[in-house]
Design a protein around this ligand. Structure first.
Ligand SMILES: C[S@@+](CC[C@H](N)C(=O)[O-])C[C@H]1O[C@@H](n2cnc3c(N)ncnc32)[C@H](O)[C@@H]1O
Length: 306
């Protein structure tokens, strides 16, 4: 299962294992919530262990996109996505998080999703699948000019996917529709009365008593969210250390004796400064308050030794 929305630096692939580590409490805070994957997984798998969940993200528009997805705004029954061209993307990404995230390469919000050489064909396929409108290129590609009785956009996309596979033209895939389907799955979320949204810096989110805090801050020197590469890691680590609540931090490496690594997992990563792809070991660190609580609970739920 995919968790959350398509998002640069998403924890979707590893989150199911990672969340087993978090101790029970009244409140769970996801202070660098990004694409919502951690809060989503917590609500799906651990909703009995907390009274409320708190998602925070500093980027403008993230909360609205997630709330809209949960409310069903992106369901194909009500939303027939128009193809977004390169020039529309340049304008719309500044005012719509949907355009910024769904229609950008790697969900980074920066560059347009498709290369110039293939965008016209992508538009042809999109209009055929979503609107059953075939231009000459689409007629040639499919070998017919209407999907006829095949009305469901998801089914049409799968038909298209198989055709692409058969033709071995991998670059033709309808990635934007796959991303939309990930947004649609949020509609199935239950227990929403327990869910709170904040659009602030982590430091300004009011934390209630009896809480577990999870932090997935921008990695040092790697991710760049909306050109905001000035995240102050030293200040953040001081804040974590001084926090009375148990705080868990996702990082590749924290070379600071105040924090203890309690969990490791291999993650296929697309985010590195040289844009290379490879396996990285993602770690979960905890502050003193968190370590004390885990000790008290005797066993870290992942089964890994402290
Ligand atoms: C590594 S991503 C989080 C990914 C998220 N866990 C997921 O699975 O999609 C880091 C996030 O922290 C956000 N961020 C950066 N500075 C922040 C701050 N001061 N307070 C809160 N969020 C911040 C970034 O915009 C980005 O979305």
């Amino acid at each position: 299962m995919n968790y959350g929305i398509p998002y640069m630096g998403s924890k979707s692939k590893i989150v199911k294992e990672m969340i087993k580590v978090f101790p029970k409490a009244d409140n769970f805070y996801d202070l660098f919530g990004g694409g919502f994957s951690v809060t989503h997984a917590m609500i799906v798998h651990r909703s009995k262990h907390y009274k409320s969940f708190h998602y925070n993200e500093i980027r403008k528009g993230a909360c609205e996109l997630i709330k809209d997805a949960i409310a069903g705004k992106y369901n194909y029954d009500v939303f027939k996505p128009n193809f977004v061209t390169r020039s529309e993307f340049q304008v719309e990404k500044e005012r719509s998080f949907y355009h910024k995230i769904i229609w950008s390469f790697g969900n980074s919000g920066k560059n347009y999703l498709f290369g110039k050489d293939i965008e016209k064909q992508k538009e042809s396929l999109h209009n055929a699948v979503v609107f059953d409108q075939f231009d000459d290129w689409a007629k040639k590609f499919f070998g017919f000019e209407t999907f006829g009785k095949l009305k469901d956009i998801k089914e049409r996309r799968l038909y298209c996917k198989n055709k692409i596979k058969y033709n071995k033209s991998k670059r033709m895939d309808l990635e934007q529709l796959e991303r939309l389907e990930q947004l649609q799955q949020l509609q199935q979320l239950q227990q929403l009365e327990q869910l709170n949204f904040y659009n602030k810096s982590y430091i300004d989110v009011p934390i209630k008593d009896n809480s577990i805090i999870y932090c997935d801050p921008p990695y040092k020197g790697t991710a760049d969210y909306d050109g905001n590469n000035r995240f102050n890691h030293a200040e953040f680590l001081d804040w974590v250390h001084e926090n009375k609540s148990p705080v868990f931090i996702s990082e590749y490496n924290i070379d600071d004796k105040r924090f203890r690594c309690i969990f490791k997992i291999k993650k296929r990563s697309l985010l590195s400064s040289d844009k290379s792809v490879g396996d990285k070991i993602e770690k979960l660190y905890v502050n003193k308050a968190g370590l004390n609580l885990l000790m008290k609970n005797k066993l870290n739920k992942s089964g890994q030794k402290l």
